[in-house]
Design a protein around this ligand. Structure first.
Ligand code: MSP
Length: 501
């Protein structure tokens, strides 16, 4: 038992949520749900990033004030997360007063420490990234991420002396070898630091939509230097020291690889400069690709898929399952509707759905609808013990796909066990009861283990096999020990949980 603090990126409010955002949020949510199930005290933070030029321009295009634009779009993220069963503990908006206070306090501290100085900057800027690029980073004169034209910006403003932090960052990464996962992304972060670090322009005089700089009238902070601070705002910085220290620095930031530089270079340097320990874990995932391209909400191609469209076709749990299981956390993964149908039919309709329906049908026929107890020495008991350990290890290392693959092994083995014994062909009696009791126990354990991915479907399985409460009321690993199914409880023969597509 311990504390587990996890965050998603806070999403820009220039446009509506798409499944790329959902991918990050579902992964973080499932990992948090796992930790709750493991008895940890969890704080799960998400929210919206509401300042900056990109949002100001979107507002202008829509004929809205930036605040109206932010209010409307932030509400769409709240709605999307409600639809996807995201159990966050706090939803932060960077336009909130508590956040302004935190940004000003943290940056004032860096200023007081002497690491923010006045200067002039001129260079190519990508508004979609809200970031300056070096000429050498551009691809055919365009932003390397969005492949859109950059704009040349020149500003007199305040600079964070990032160049002073190269060695301190390298030392910190050496002392914290598990700070960035997967390993390839850690190497990328260290590579960026080794290349040499330029000072960063962190204020804007050309823009009013931001957090005012306390020591320079007429300037606001650069949106990234405002946004990153949300992770400390939400746990009480700067007012509630006790709360802050309870959760920091043992945080787990879940991010996409597009924002690695900000989280793995700028953010730890900022924190070091403010005298705060850097965030202990950053988990970096790849892109969801549609037709080989990164999905983007600003794309004019039909690649921006809304989570609601897929939920309408497959249901919330299947959508969550697909995000977690089909696209491993780390590398890029191709998303397609056909791929989703195939995964759904194989894992949910055929494996899990079929197990539940055949067990409940045979219990109805051979046991009068009352579920028998499992046998203590079932061959499935050792499989289950291995699966529980492997599933736990997968969630612990933020590899949901591995965790679910392990859980599904118990489903497959249980289906094979039923096929080997064919209880549907046998006469009712102790032998049939033993096989069905074992299968019910395996289903109970699967329902527990798959709860982080599919909270509703697993609660329904739990109910149908006659168990009280919900799987999420239990604490693992104790609750997943073999033999927990009581027997003598009613099993319901219901309609298919995952009808074939
Ligand atoms: N506002 C910043 C983040 C600030 S965090 C302090 C931002 N916002 S964003 O709306 O553009 O969201 C970026 C994040 O959304 C990515 O890092 C990733 O987590 C997720 N994704 C957006 N598109 C994605 C894909 N195509 N694939 C996977 N994740 C994607 O950047």
């Amino acid at each position: 038992m311990g504390r587990f603090y996890a965050t998603t990126p806070i999403y820009y409010v220039n446009d509506a949520p798409h499944i790329g955002h959902a991918y990050s949020t579902v992964n973080a949510d499932a990992v948090c749900r796992w930790h709750r199930l493991a008895g940890d005290e969890v704080f799960f933070l998400t929210g919206t990033d509401e300042h900056g030029l990109k949002v100001a321009r979107a507002a202008e295009e829509h004929g809205l004030s930036p605040q109206e634009q932010a209010d409307r779009t932030s509400a769409r993220f709240v709605e999307a997360w409600e639809l996807l069963d995201i159990a966050y503990d706090d939803f932060i908006r960077t336009t909130e007063q508590r956040h302004h206070r935190a940004v000003q306090a943290l940056l004032q501290k860096i200023h007081d420490n002497g690491d923010i100085e006045l200067g002039t900057y001129e260079g190519p800027y990508c508004v979609s990234c809200e970031a300056y690029y070096a000429e050498g980073d551009l691809v055919d004169g365009r932003c390397p991420i969005h492949l859109r034209p950059v704009e040349i910006f020149k500003e007199d403003n305040w600079f964070f002396k990032l160049s002073r932090y190269q060695q301190a960052l390298l030392d910190w990464y050496e002392a914290n070898p598990d700070a960035v996962t997967p390993e390839s992304k850690r190497n990328e972060a260290i590579g960026l630091i080794r290349q040499g670090l330029d000072d960063i322009s962190i204020t804007r005089s050309s823009l009013t939509w931001g957090v005012p700089v306390p020591w320079a009238a007429g300037q606001v902070f650069y949106v990234w230097y405002d946004a990153l601070v949300n992770y400390v705002t939400a746990i009480g910085y700067p007012d509630d020291e006790e709360r802050f220290e309870a959760w920091w620095p043992a945080v787990h930031h879940v991010i996409g690889k597009d924002i690695l530089r900000f989280h793995c270079v700028y953010w730890p340097a900022m924190l070091l400069a403010a005298g705060i320990d850097p965030a202990r874990h950053v988990h970096v995932h790849g892109y969801l690709l549609v037709g080989g391209e990164k999905m983007s909400k600003s794309s004019t191609k039909l690649t921006a898929i809304a989570p609601a469209d897929l939920v309408a076709d497959f249901g919330v749990d299947a959508f969550r399952y697909h995000c977690l299981r089909n696209i491993a956390f780390g590398p890029d993964g191709e998303f397609s509707y056909e791929g989703m149908v195939a995964r759904y039919n194989a894992d949910l309709a055929n494996n899990l759905g079929n197990l539940l329906s055949r067990v409940s049908t045979v219990v109805d026929k051979k046991c009068g609808g009352t579920g028998p107890a499992p046998s203590p020495d079932s061959p499935l008991a050792t499989v289950a013990a291995d699966v529980v350990a492997e599933t736990a290890a997968g969630w612990e290392r933020v590899a949901p796909s591995d965790a679910l693959e392990a859980t599904w092994r118990l489903i497959r083995e249980t289906n094979a066990y039923l096929e080997a014994h064919e209880p549907w062909k046998a006469e009712p009696g102790p032998a049939v009861d033993a096989v069905l009791g074992d299968a019910l126990e395996a289903l109970r354990i699967v329902a527990l283990l798959a709860t982080p991915a599919m909270p509703s479907a697993t609660a329904e399985i739990w109910r149908r096999i006659g168990l009280p409460g919900a799987p999420g009321d239990n604490v693992l690993p104790a609750a997943a020990a073999w033999g927990g199914y009581p027997g003598g409880v009613p099993v319901e023969k219901g309609s298919p949980l995952f009808p074939r597509k």
